[in-house]
Structure formats: structure tokens, C-alpha cells
Design a protein around this ligand. Structure first.
Ligand code: G4P
Length: 292
């Protein structure tokens, strides 16, 4: 989904979400489990204010489970309940309702004390483009719904989607912008396929991913591509390029003169990475904030 985020669009997106907050009890903030902070809107706290929320780490099927666990603890320390799901297969999507109920337990109890029968919890899914909002809405609804989302500037009537008897979801998720100004964030989002490749050159995206993998997941690179080269200094770009070249050679990405075609190598590498063929890889971990 290509959305041009100009300042006016950001203001409108923010206003549209804040309008919806009046209708709901809880926000489901959807992040990409492979890059939780990079897939987070930079103004999310300001936009949501004190509205109760849970964080759902989606695409956990593609993320490193150990690192995902670290993120769950990281957010718990921030006082927000976060947990992994896989919206496409539906794995753990059933955890959303109990987590929401737990987060709203005091409010629900107050209603019961007043003799009010608690109604279904009303929820809104928010997240940046491509994080899996439509997939999750469809999975929770149990059927295919044409989720359009709010195009900045376009409003349409709200529909409630029933999720069993205890939850209702707004059918238009809140679409938020990522933190563009940080270059690391741009690379990480590009690696997981959330930013269009015209913005950052393919070679650079693959270079970034291979460098990260050489640091944390060298085994996965070696096993998938049969490469043997072990870099000594990842600060030295030539060593990363050597790995790229070895991948290219192993896959026959050679141009005349025996030179490795780095464009072709990058396309092939990124396609396999995003399809999960290199294993479950996370590209961001709490410990390396700002360090990579
Ligand atoms: P959005 O509404 O937030 O923009 O995201 P959307 O649901 O359209 O999902 C974006 C892409 O992410 C889709 O892939 C979708 O299948 C994929 N996706 C969503 N949730 C998960 C998940 O938990 N695991 C994995 N592995 N993928 C997920 P696509 O390539 O754009 O489309 P398609 O392959 O489904 O045709």
C-alpha cells in the first residue's frame, strides 16, 4: 500500500484515530515482531493518550522467538502487555480477547459493581501500512471483509465487526506513519518489505540485512547459501560485500567477466529472506538500540 505521508495527511490520520478513540474501549497496537520499534509510530503515546492498549507483535512466524520474548519483556517493563501472534495463520489470535479483558479488568469490575452488565469490548486496530491490520481484522472476523482503511482525507461510515459475543472491532483500522527521519528505521522497514524499494536501493537493503545477519545469524546464512567466509570486522563494508558476492556466486548471479551481479543477488536474497527461507530472523533487539 503506497501512502504519501505529507504533514497534512499525518494531521488528518491523527485526527481520524482520535475521533475513533471516543468510540472504543481499547486500542490494539499492531507492530511487526521482527522490528517492533521501527514499525511503531513515533507519536503513538501522544495520539492514544491514556486510552487502554495492548501491543500485538504480528508476523511472529517470521521473527526469532528468543528475540520476540525479549520484546515482550521490554514492553512489560514499559507497563504495556505485548504478545506475539501470526495473523495469517491465526496462531495466537485467540489471545487478544483475554489480554484485552485483563487490561480492562478494573473497568469491567466497576461496571459489574454498579450493576451494569458489561457490553462487548470495543476495539480499534492501529498500525503502519503493511503490518497486517487487514489480515488480522479478517482473521478475527472469521470471514473475508474488504478492509479499506481510512485513506487520509476520506471518511466513511464505521461498521462494527463482531468477534464472538465479547468483542467488537471497528472495520476501518487506524493507519499510522512510521518514523521516517531515522535512517536505521528506514533500512529495517525496507528489509522486512514495509517500505517500497524505490526509496532505498535494493543493494543497500540487502547489504544492511546481510550485515545484521552476519552479526547475529551467520549460521543461517552459511546453511542457506553454503558460504564459508567468516567476516572479522563488520564495520568494514568490504567484508559484507564479500559475503554478498559469495551468495551471488553460489546462486549463479554472474555477469560477463565473472563479476557477481549484486542487483540480482540482492533481489534473490531479499525474496528468500522475506519468505522465511533463511529461518526466523529478527532485525531489531532491545539490546542493540542505536548500536547497529
Ligand atoms: P495492512 O492492512 O496493515 O496494510 O497489512 P495486510 O494485512 O495487507 O498485510 C500485509 C502483508 O503481510 C500481506 O502480504 C499479508 O499476507 C502479510 N501478513 C500479515 N500478517 C502476517 C503474519 O502474521 N505472518 C506473515 N508471514 N505474513 C503476514 P502480501 O505479500 O502483501 O500479500 P499476500 O501474500 O497475503 O497476498
Amino acid at each position: 500500500m503506497a501512502i504519501q505521508w505529507f504533514p497534512g495527511h499525518m494531521t488528518r490520520a491523527r485526527r481520524q484515530i482520535q475521533e475513533k478513540l471516543k468510540l472504543i474501549d481499547i486500542v490494539i497496537e499492531l507492530l511487526d515482531a521482527r522490528v517492533p520499534l521501527s514499525s511503531r509510530n513515533p507519536m503513538i503515546d501522544e495520539i492514544l493518550q491514556d486510552k487502554p492498549r495492548i501491543i500485538v507483535l504480528n508476523k511472529a512466524d517470521l521473527a526469532d522467538p528468543q528475540v520476540t520474548e525479549q520484546w515482550v519483556n521490554y514492553f512489560a517493563e514499559e507497563g504495556v502487555s505485548a504478545f506475539p501472534i501470526d495473523a495469517s495463520s491465526g496462531h495466537k489470535v485467540g489471545d487478544i480477547l483475554p489480554k484485552a479483558k485483563f487490561t480492562l479488568a478494573d473497568k469491567i469490575q466497576r461496571q459489574i459493581n454498579k450493576g451494569i452488565n458489561p457490553r462487548a469490548i470495543r476495539a480499534l486496530i492501529v498500525g503502519i501500512p503493511n503490518v497486517g491490520k487487514s489480515t488480522l481484522i479478517n482473521k478475527m472476523a472469521g470471514k473475508n471483509i474488504a478492509v479499506t482503511g481510512d485513506k487520509p482525507g476520506v471518511t466513511k461510515g464505521q461498521q462494527w465487526i463482531k468477534v464472538g459475543t465479547e468483542m467488537e472491532l471497528l472495520d476501518t483500522p487506524g493507519i499510522l506513519w512510521p518514523k521516517f527521519e531515522d535512517q536505521q528505521v528506514g533500512y529495517r522497514l525496507a528489509v522486512v518489505g514495509s517500505i517500497k524499494e524505490e526509496i532505498i536501493h535494493l543493494d543497500d537493503i540487502a547489504f544492511y540485512a546481510i550485515r545484521y545477519m552476519a552479526k547475529y545469524y551467520l549460521n543461517n546464512l552459511q546453511e542457506r547459501f553454503g558460504i564459508e567466509y567468516v567476516p572479522e570486522d563488520l564495520e568494514n563494508p568490504n567484508e559484507v560485500v564479500k559475503i554478498m558476492e559469495e551468495i551471488g556466486r553460489k546462486r549463479g548471479c554472474i555477469v560477463s567477466g565473472g563479476r557477481v551481479d549484486l542487483d540480482k543477488t540482492s533481489i534473490l536474497f531479499l525474496r528468500e529472506l522475506r519468505a522465511g527461507k533463511l529461518g526466523r530472523i529478527s532485525f531489531e533487539r532491545p539490546a542493540d538500540q542505536g548500536a547497529f
